[in-house]
Design a protein around this ligand. Sequence first.
Ligand SMILES: [Zn+2]
Length: 367
Amino acid sequence: MTLRRRDFLRMAGGALALGGLPACAPDPGRDAFRASRRVLPEFSVWTWVHGGGGVTGAEWRRRFARIREAGVHAVLVSGGDPAILSRAAHAEGLQFHRWFWTLNRNGDRWAQEHHPEWFTVSRELRSSLEHPPYVGYYRWVCPTREPVRRYLAGLVSEIAATPGVDGVHLDYVRHSDVILPRGLWERYGLVQDTELPQFDFCYCDVCRETFARLDGRDPLEIPDPPSDEAWRRFRWDSVTGAVREMAAAVHARGVPITAAVFPTPTIARRLVRQAWDEWPLDRFFPMLYHRFYLEDIAWIGAGVREGVAALGGRPLHAGLYLPDLPPDDLALAVETARAAGASGVALFEMGGLTDAHLAALREVLAA
Ligand SMILES: [Zn+2]
């Protein structure tokens, strides 16, 4: 167990750079968070941040001060040194959440070397480890497998215990897209008006045996898998089961857990087998990236309304994609999300925030 823990921490150092293990000394950052969490406003603004790149603490403070001044309340940060990053975020009054790649384990050399069998298998019986669909980094582990669930729960538990971490933020909590968002078909030269076998996961041994025990059928022998309710439900429940174990592990540390998810519960189930409205998380960040779906800003409002209704009162933040939102459109999108009942927005990502964006944000938040 000790070896395994060390192994996965070493692995996580590549993708996440967890830094040191929790120290015994009291963490002033955690106290600052407890105070700041109490004052998170009813409508809060978050942004994703790529935390790597050898940036100094002083430079992070400058960057965080710039967005805090425009009305941002919390950052969702991948990579980098969590001690430096959390201190900089807290010093500027921001909550610091750790952004974690969950079922997509492309950066996880340890799992790839020691557990190639953990990786999902397509209806053509090809592993996403050796034959990643669409793009080279689409290597996914199977959420049906108990050892995968325990491993991921261990990783998020360690993150939650890291000093200065105010929350764990899951990303890629899903299967590989069985159908891509409509706006991406041309880029990949695909017409996906049905579920194509090379993009349909997971048909690994464990999924096949587990489904057979529940249903009596081998999923490979289902004549029309896309229209099979039980087989679709099995995949949704498999992802949800893994999420439940991670949520329990993070909550056991007294830390909140959130996730970036597909735009609406309907779209998420259909495209990536994500039934996120059934997950026991504290906040939800649907990526309402309208241009990926060839939609307009009004669609963001409709998506927020669907999500809010499905969540029954749990907070939802509209994920907004800055490259498709010039400053005036960003203001309109924020206003649209707020009017539709969102608890806030989350901007992808901090590096795309121009001064004009920040001015527009400041203005719309003051309105
Ligand atoms: Zn599987």
